[in-house]
Design a protein around this ligand. Sequence first.
Ligand code: GUN
Length: 300
Amino acid sequence: MTATIIDGKAFAARVREQVGEHVSRLKADHGITPGLAVVLVGADPASEVYVRSKGKMTVEVGMKSLEHRLEADTEEADLLALIAQLNADPAIHGILVQLPLPKHLNEDLVINAIDPAKDVDGFHISNVGLLGTGQKSMVPCTPLGCLMMLREHHGSLSGMDAVIIGRSNIVGKPMAQLLLNDSCTVTIAHSRTKDLAEVVRRADIVVAAVGRPEMVPGDWIKPGATIIDVGINRLDAPEKGEGKTRLVGDVDFASCVDVAGAITPVPGGVGPMTIACLLANTVTACCRANGLAEPEGLTA
Ligand code: GUN
């Protein structure tokens, strides 16, 4: 069997198109332009790339993009003052503080200073609690993108066995909550899990989010299972020339593609969905802030 390749790039383009249509309606019917503020502290090169890409796509769907770049040695009080200012600004509907923050800043404190209604990352403790109790919340972008792809491929996920490898606050834990809310039987595996191969072999759905290149081989996969590969790992690729690199996921694509029923590629799978879901969350936050109907199909 050769797996269906789930095309995240094409799916993300459709999500952005839907967001763009909703933004046009908000402008035309209500005179409202959704605004997203991104805060970057320091100059981490990977974060710079993400932030530039987020800004470009925000503008492409017709929203307002504001970037705040702060020095790496910014004091916590100054960052908190900026967040308070963005919380109070009615033209800003979404606030994202790019992680990781420099070591001297308390990440939990900073994230929990964001107004939960503007927390388009879904990292604020109150959004985490709302998601965990099945209430309306802002949902973290990467797990939301994974859920959208799973629902698109399967329709209902009810009763499926899902194994998530990785227990991070950004992906593993919220992914588990979302799949539980969709009536999957959920297992969260991690570095201390005994006999990971056996656990993964039970899964109808495997979500790999550990950050270890090509860790999951094809012989761990139940025939026909759906694999969502969240990993983005950069490896040296001397075969492509000196200094060249290539991106791989947490799953060994070459061996898994012959066993799985469906699989997301890296690149072109989960990655593009993350920014599309950030834009979706921003338009959702804008609608909620203005007491308007939310776009359908863009929330969990
Ligand atoms: N750094 C890497 N991924 C993310 C993300 O999804 N949100 C934020 N705020 N920072 C990140």
